[in-house]
Design a protein around this ligand. Structure first.
Ligand SMILES: [Zn+2]
Length: 257
């Protein structure tokens, strides 16, 4: 099993009741990374994890992948220095149409500060520091709810814009809001993405999970180290939705490979 962990913002936040999986206190984050280092976890890049999941390289016993959705400035401020201290790889999913802007969607939720998203220059900076940049679509679209043309446009436009900005292939995708359907997966394959992460809850299993429908584990503001250990290390029975997707992808895998 590979635990693909999902983070959003890392920083100083007043305790909140809702959207807790969008926040991680920076001290807790440092403690979590220290925990992974101390207990011998292997933090893999997404490319390394894909090799393991395809059965091409041996699976380390305690494998973890770190992913950060939306591309907030506070990743570079607070998460990156900790990752660098430990030499941990990570992936940041950027929204190509929102680079350098305030995440205005937070305004819908009064009382929550509106964070800013990394600019193209800042993304290049974290890429130079060893971080992989993936796509989180062009406009943070709910891909299961838009028509076929919009799906394709969101996937191709973000890929090519990020590639222009970064000068490297962008091969990893994350479905905003965890919203995707079968057509989305086909469009992602045709656009040339090698992996796509979801909000399906669970550990990713070798030769079971399709690279374009990868389950993750959301780290919440409330997770202390015991809760963190439980999420990272303990294997849970797959949720019904995850099982359904595994079945669906087994049936359609011939089309995609
Ligand atoms: Zn997002």
């Amino acid at each position: 099993m590979i635990s693909i962990l999902m983070y959003h913002q890392v920083g100083d936040f007043a305790p909140m009741r809702t959207h807790r999986a969008n926040y991680c206190d920076r001290r807790r984050f440092a403690a979590q990374m220290g925990f992974l280092a101390r207990f011998g976890y292997r933090v893999l890049s997404l490319d390394q994890a894909l090799g393991v999941l395809r059965g091409e390289r041996p699976a380390p016993p305690r494998a973890v992948v770190l992913t950060f959705d939306d591309g907030y400035d506070n990743f570079a401020d607070h998460a990156l220095p900790v990752l660098q201290r430990h030499g941990f790889p990570a992936t940041v999913y950027a929204i190509s149409g929102w680079l350098g802007r305030r995440a205005e969607w937070f305004a819908k939720d009064p009382g929550r500060p509106i964070p800013t998203l990394m600019s193209a220059a800042r993304l290049r900076g974290i890429q130079d520091a060893g971080i992989t940049i993936g796509s989180h679509t062009h406009s943070h679209a709910r891909l299961a709810e838009v028509d076929a043309r919009t799906k394709r446009d969101e996937l191709t436009r973000s890929k090519s814009m990020l590639e222009d900005a970064l000068g490297v292939p962008v091969q990893h995708l994350c479905y905003p809001f965890g919203s995707f359907d079968h057509d989305t997966v086909h469009a992602a394959a045709e656009t040339g993405y090698l992996s796509a992460t979801t909000c399906l809850r669970g550990g990713a299993e070798v030769l079971i999970d399709h690279p374009l429908v990868l389950p993750r584990k959301a780290i919440s503001y409330g997770d202390n180290l015991l809760g963190y250990w439980w999420k990272v290390a303990v294997k849970q029975a797959p949720t019904e939705t995850l099982e359904e997707w595994r079945e669906t992808m087994r049936e359609s895998v011939a089309h995609l490979s």
